[in-house]
Design a protein around this ligand. Structure first.
Ligand SMILES: Cc1cc2nc3c(=O)[nH]c(=O)nc-3n(C[C@H](O)[C@H](O)[C@H](O)COP(=O)(O)OP(=O)(O)OC[C@H]3O[C@@H](n4cnc5c(N)ncnc54)[C@H](O)[C@@H]3O)c2cc1C
Ligand code: SF4
Length: 507
């Protein structure tokens, strides 16, 4: 007999390792282990979600006829690591070896590869593009831009295709998707589930063991099995998808979720299948329930961005997470862990991260990410923060978004220019600035929005690298037209502000 390892983000009945093995003779191993729960200080909601979903999935497998050796976190024999549990179970069951589906993280791939057990790793084919597909696409290209990869994925899946042409005549409807925040939101947000006995038991465990981690454990409302995740998906397609595209980039003080899908955590843990989700969205378009800009935008995020960042993570290798092309080294400010800040946009993004283990893409990219880049925060610290605090965070998807897209620390593999903006962008897309202690329209002075000061500080300190970037020429020509006195004033005030940040003042 063999052991079949099922990791916490592999909760899919059609997992390659399960398909390869035989429920009559092989034994599934699942384990809640300290190593995985603590290599970064994960948000308590994220840990509870995974442990509860793992327990439900183990029950599902047992009902399906599998023998499951399940280790709970507080089992006295728990060795604390995945490999430790496999070795223990192998000796208990006299197993000939272990079959597993490739993990989504180099750290775990290395640990499993080093195990003193005969093992067989299978590709994770829950993705649309295999490593070989991505490498074949990337080979020989000077730049790996997502848009061209995405078109191949549309052709491969047939999603939103009209013969060999894109539905509606265009591949990408993003220009329709940048509307500023609406006055009101007519979608109540994600479907919320009442914890059952299994979830309550896990919540008590997580409160005991991880109660001091950043993040609120309760109220806990996530779906924890495929049935619930599908109910949530149907609820969102009905109420959220139609306006998802229009307000994808908007941010509002009083609406944490706007029209977003909140499907990342379910997709990444294996409760939902990416094709199933996209097909459900396409069906809503074909039925006339949701417009093309919304459905194309959503499908692009999943078969485009999600697949593309995974391709980059595996193509670039284990050292990707430690890249620091811009040489940034400032410590992550305490405001990321909830310390008071006068910047309303940061306070709001961090607060909802604390309560929900969620912030949407533009909050991650243009608020917390933009700030970290402008202020020159060490990319490793930023990466570990994102990996810890979001319920959907796993290294294969988080690192390319943080190291590459958000911080430009990979020297432009993902982004053709840094995603930076002054306060103006946040003002245009949100209602944050109206209730902020800083004044977004002030470019200098005691109340000037810090994004306005730091924006020029960033461009000035990285002039050698970016002045010749054709997409940044306009920014530099505005800076160059300013007189020397004004430039010195802005840079001096930015330095002062950064000094206050470093010494822990409430800025
Ligand atoms: C700095 C930064 C860090 C991020 N960290 C993560 C992370 O740890 N895990 C994660 O799944 N996503 C991450 N993203 C991408 C994106 O922000 C989240 O997928 C999204 O906010 C999840 O919310 P949602 O399910 O409501 O997504 P929606 O807005 O409804 O989008 C639908 C789905 O598209 C996929 N998607 C959208 N954008 C991306 C992207 N850039 N990369 C990969 N998939 C994408 C996700 O599966 C998402 O669930 C990050 C983005 C940035 C800028
Ligand atoms: S004024 Fe600046 S710091 Fe305040 S919310 Fe607006 S962008 Fe953020």
């Amino acid at each position: 007999m063999r052991l079949v390892l099922v990791l916490g983000d592999q909760l899919s009945p059609n997992l390659s390792a399960l398909r390869k093995c035989d429920k009559a003779s092989d034994v599934v191993v699942m384990a809640e282990v300290g190593d995985e729960a603590s290599y970064v200080p994960h948000h308590p909601k994220k840990i509870a979600f995974l442990f509860a979903a793992m327990r439900k999935f183990a029950d599902h497998l047992r009902r399906d006829g599998w023998q499951v050796a399940y280790t709970r976190l507080d089992d006295p024999e728990n060795t604390g690591s995945i490999t430790g549990e496999l070795i223990r179970r192998a000796s208990e069951h006299k197993a000939a070896g272990v079959v597993y589906t490739e993990p989504g993280e180099w750290r775990l791939i290395a640990a499993l590869g080093d195990m003193p057990l005969k093992s067989h790793s299978l590709p994770d084919d829950r993705f649309i593009a295999s490593h070989a597909d991505f490498d074949a696409w990337a080979e020989g290209r000077k730049q790996l831009r997502m848009e061209y990869f995405y078109r191949d994925m549309r052709r491969k899946t047939g999603l939103l295709m009209d013969g060999d042409q894109p539905e509606g005549g265009k591949w990408n409807y993003d220009h329709d998707n940048r509307k500023p925040a609406p006055d009101s939101v007519d979608y109540a947000g994600p479907m919320q589930f009442t914890p059952d006995e299994t979830v309550e038991e896990v919540l008590d465990l997580v409160a005991r063991r991880f109660g001091n981690n950043f993040g609120d454990l309760r109220p806990f409302w996530f779906a924890i099995d495929t049935g619930q995740a599908r109910q949530h998906l149907a609820h969102w397609i009905k109420g959220g998808l139609p306006k998802f595209g229009d307000y994808q980039d908007a941010m509002l003080n009083d609406h944490k979720f706007l029209y977003h899908g909140i499907v990342g955590l379910y997709l990444n843990a294996g409760l939902l299948d990416p094709l199933e989700v996209c097909q459900a969205a396409e069906a809503a378009y074909r039925a006339g329930h949701a417009p093309l800009n919304a459905v194309e935008g959503f499908i692009r995020q999943i078969i485009g961005w999600r697949e593309y960042v995974r391709g980059i993570y595996f193509r670039e290798g284990p050292d990707y997470v430690s890249r620091n092309a811009l040489g940034h080294s400032r410590k992550l400010p305490a405001m990321y862990w909830g310390a008071p800040t006068k910047m309303n946009c940061i306070a709001k993004a961090v607060d909802q991260t604390k309560t929900e283990a969620y912030a949407h893409h533009i909050q991650r990219l243009m608020v917390t990410g933009n700030f970290a880049l402008l202020a020159g925060i060490d990319p490793v610290e930023v990466h570990e923060w994102y990996l810890a605090v979001y319920a959907d965070a796993y290294e294969w998807v988080e690192a390319p978004n943080v190291i590459g897209m958000s911080l430009f620390a990979d020297d432009g593999i993902i982004a053709s220019k840094p995603y930076i903006s002054s306060g103006n962008y946040i003002h245009k897309m949100s209602d944050y600035c109206g209730t902020c202690a800083y004044r977004v329209q002030d470019k200098t002075g005691a109340d000037a929005c810090p994004f306005n000061l730091l924006y020029w500080h960033f461009l000035n300190r990285h002039r050698d690298r970016f002045a010749s970037n054709p997409r940044m020429g306009n920014m530099y020509s505005v800076w160059d037209k300013m007189d020397a006195e004004r430039k010195a004033l802005i840079l001096g005030q930015a330095d002062k502000w950064l000094e206050h940040l470093e010494i822990g003042k409430n800025v």
